[in-house]
Design a protein around this ligand. Structure first.
Ligand SMILES: Nc1nc2c(c(=O)[nH]1)N[C@H]1C(S)=C(S)[C@@H](COP(=O)(O)O)O[C@H]1N2
Ligand SMILES: [Mo]
Length: 308
């Protein structure tokens, strides 16, 4: 494909190669693992096969320490150094609500949910609207599996997701000018697109709290703010949900937020991005390079409305 990569200290061999014996096989490998039960499933993330369909060949994986210590997680502060504060979040037990326009509303323990899905590893790009980016090996499961478990009614068009709300643990949730809890949304078509992924781990380990433990979304064709962290509920709706950032600054951060180099943010260009840990900026790609998977989801993929 692209130029061979310069080897960097963080390019550990197990991150760059998928041994043939580990090639993705849902039925045998994952079926067995899922049966082992909750914490074990998460704890054994390192053993999960990397799905070779989702790889990034032209850029190195971001150094783990950078990914875990340079974050946007506004519940813990309106700056990047929240990783220590985020350690205060208790991530087990963790309850997930599935509600709204579904056959039967459900409250279930996260570990019980994880026992029902097939975990795998995928390497995805992440492009923040602020023009920095990363490449992350996530472990988790396709969001389509959660939607299938939820059994939405025919009238459901969207899924709204919310993060936890606990101002005792997350100090910035006392800032009343933010519309807590953090809320995001997708259309059902987006949520069931094969790329939409719910992550429980990264770098072969359980997800650090700074990165959205115990359950966060990864929708790599959209700006990073769509990838909501520490999710507690999935609500199926007929109306388009109003998101956290639309509420804060709707003229700058919209519902669709698909990545596009030629649709500038009102205050800066989106043409280039700074990969964390690299010295050079690189050009940003339409749909963050995932157009092949998702361009068909948007009736007119040249309409700027889809890109902010
Ligand atoms: N609950 C919650 N989810 C969130 C955010 C947040 O502040 N709160 N920030 C978003 C933004 S702006 C980005 S770029 C990504 C950052 O993910 P990372 O810190 O794992 O890189 O998380 C997104 N998810
Ligand atoms: Mo972001």
């Amino acid at each position: 494909m692209a130029r061979p990569l310069r080897r960097r200290p963080w390019d550990l061999p197990e991150r760059s190669v998928t041994p043939a014996s580990l090639v993705f096989d849902r039925r045998s490998a994952l079926g067995g693992l899922a049966l082992l039960g909750g914490s074990l499933v998460v704890g054994s993330a390192a053993a999960l096969p990397r799905n070779p369909r989702y790889s990034v060949d032209d850029r190195p994986i971001t150094e783990e320490r950078l990914a875990a210590r340079y974050n946007n997680f506004f519940e813990f502060g309106s700056h990047k150094q929240i990783w220590k504060a985020a350690e205060a979040l208790t991530t087990r037990p963790w309850t997930i609500r599935i509600e709204g326009l579904v056959e039967k509303e459900l409250t279930l323990d996260l570990d019980a949910l994880l026992a029902k899905v097939s975990l795998e590893e995928r390497v995805y790009r992440l492009r923040c609207v602020e023009a920095w980016s990363m490449v992350i090996p996530w472990t988790g499961f396709p969001m389509a599996e959660l939607v299938a478990l939820a059994r939405p009614l025919g009238s459901a068009k969207y899924v709204e997701m919310k993060s936890f709300f606990d101002p005792k643990v997350a100090p910035n949730q006392r800032a009343f000018w933010f519309p807590w809890p953090y809320t995001e949304g997708l259309t059902i078509e987006e949520a069931t697109n094969e790329l939409a992924f719910l992550a429980t781990g990264a770098y072969g380990k359980p997800l650090p709290r700074s990165m959205g433990a115990p359950l966060r979304l990864a929708v790599p064709w959209k700006y990073g703010f769509k990838s909501i962290k520490s999710i507690v509920s999935f609500r199926f709706t007929e109306q388009r949900p109003r998101t956290f950032w639309e509420e804060v600054a709707g003229d700058e951060y919209g519902f669709w937020a698909n990545v596009h180099p030629n649709v500038p943010h009102p205050r800066w260009s989106q043409e280039m991005e700074q990969p964390l840990g690299e010295s050079e900026k690189i050009p940003t790609r339409i749909f963050n390079g995932y157009g092949e998977w998702v361009a068909h989801l948007y009736p007119d993929p040249s309409d700027p409305v889809y890109f902010r």
